[in-house]
Write a protein that binds this ligand. Structure first.
Ligand SMILES: [Cu+2]
Length: 79
């Protein structure tokens, strides 16, 4: 998908999820986040334990809740 960030007010939020350790964790977190309405893209980096979410008008608490649904504690970090 082409980036349309300038037109759609898509913002980037980054979360630290230290308990992620493998592809299963990555898939679980990605799946829960992509199920949230307004989430455009999810990127999980297992090396840094950081989850980058492109979203449109979402509170960070909604994203933390989705990660919690997947079974992980998440903390917002400055973008
Ligand atoms: Cu895992």
């Amino acid at each position: 998908m082409r980036s349309t960030a300038e037109e759609e007010h898509v913002e980037t939020q980054i979360f630290s999820v230290p308990a992620m350790h493998c592809g299963h964790c990555k898939a679980a977190v990605t799946q829960e986040l992509e199920a949230v309405s307004g989430v455009e893209a999810v990127d999980v980096d297992l090396d840094t334990k950081l989850v980058t979410v492109q979203c449109d008008g979402l509170e960070d608490a909604a994203l933390v809740a989705a990660i919690d649904e997947a079974g992980y504690d998440a903390e917002r970090v400055a973008a």
